[in-house]
Design a protein around this ligand. Structure first.
Ligand SMILES: Cc1cc2nc3c(=O)[nH]c(=O)nc-3n(C[C@H](O)[C@H](O)[C@H](O)COP(=O)(O)O)c2cc1C
Length: 212
C-alpha cells in the first residue's frame, strides 16, 4: 500500500535505523493506504485555521534550516488540492529560506494545533514568485489590515503530507482563545461583584445601628 511520506524519507540510513530497532518489518508490511498526495477538506480546514507554521529548507552546505512563519489566521492558503502559497513578509533581510529554495526546492513544513493537540507534516517543492507580475496571486494572498510588507509569494507544490499523533503536545492557547474562554467568567464575576456591592449596601445601615 502507498505510504508516500515514509517512502520519501526512508533513506538507507533510516531503513537501517528501523532494522536496528526492530521496526523495519512493521513498515514493510504496512497495510493502510497513505498516498496523501492531495489535500482533502480535513486538511483544508486545518490549514485555514493556522496562524503559524515551521518551514524547513535545505541549505547548500547540507544543514537543514528551520524558520517560524507567522501571520493572521489562514495566511497559508490552499490554492488547489495540491498547491499551497503564502506571502513572504519583510524580516531581518537574511533571505535564508529564499536562497535555500532557489538552490533546492524541497521543503518540509510542520503545522501545529496546540489546543486540539494535532500536527500536520508536509513535504513540498517551493518556489518564490514576484507578485508584481502575478496580480491574481497577489489578490489571493493579500492580508488587508495586517501590518507587514509583502516582498514576494512562496508557492508550494505538494509532494505528500502525514498526520502525527497527539502524543507529547502540550495544549497551548492564544490570547484571543483565552479571552473567549474567560469571557463568561468575566461576566459572572461582574454580576457577583454587583450583587456583592448591593448586599453590602443593604447591610451597611444595620451594621451602623449594631455599633451604636
Ligand atoms: C527587524 C527584524 C529583526 C528580525 N530578527 C530576527 C532574528 O534575529 N532571527 C530570526 O530568526 N528572525 C528574525 N526576524 C524574523 C525573520 O526575519 C523572518 O521570520 C523572516 O521571514 C526569516 O526569513 P529567513 O529565515 O528565511 O531568512 C526579524 C524580523 C525583523 C523585522
Amino acid at each position: 500500500m502507498a505510504y508516500k511520506f515514509l517512502d520519501i524519507v526512508s533513506t538507507p540510513a533510516v531503513r537501517a535505523a528501523q532494522e536496528a530497532n526492530g521496526a523495519r518489518k512493521m513498515w514493510e508490511t504496512f497495510e493502510q493506504d497513505r498516498a496523501f498526495d492531495r489535500f482533502t477538506a480535513n486538511e483544508a480546514a486545518f490549514i485555514a485555521a493556522r496562524d503559524s507554521f515551521f518551514l524547513a529548507t535545505v541549505s547548500q552546505s547540507g544543514w537543514p534550516y528551520v524558520q517560524h512563519r507567522g501571520g493572521p489566521q489562514g495566511f497559508l492558503k490552499l490554492l488547489d488540492d495540491q498547491t499551497l502559497a503564502f506571502a513572504d513578509f519583510r524580516g531581518n533581510r537574511q533571505y535564508i529560506s529564499l536562497g535555500n529554495a532557489a538552490d533546492d526546492d524541497r521543503v518540509s513544513l510542520i503545522l501545529m494545533d496546540y489546543p486540539q493537540r494535532a500536527r500536520l507534516k508536509i513535504l513540498a517543492r517551493m518556489q518564490a514568485r514576484d507578485l508584481a507580475v502575478d496580480p491574481d496571486l497577489a489578490a489571493r494572498l493579500a492580508l488587508p489590515g495586517y501590518k507587514a510588507k509583502i516582498e514576494r509569494a512562496f508557492v508550494l507544490r505538494l509532494e505528500t503530507f502525514d498526520w502525527n499523533c497527539a502524543q507529547h503536545i502540550t495544549p497551548r492557547y492564544t490570547a484571543p482563545e483565552i479571552e473567549t474562554a474567560v469571557a463568561p467568567l468575566r461576566s459572572q464575576l461582574a454580576a457577583l461583584e454587583a450583587e456583592n456591592r448591593a448586599l453590602r449596601a443593604q447591610l451597611a445601615p444595620n451594621s451602623h445601628e449594631n455599633r451604636t
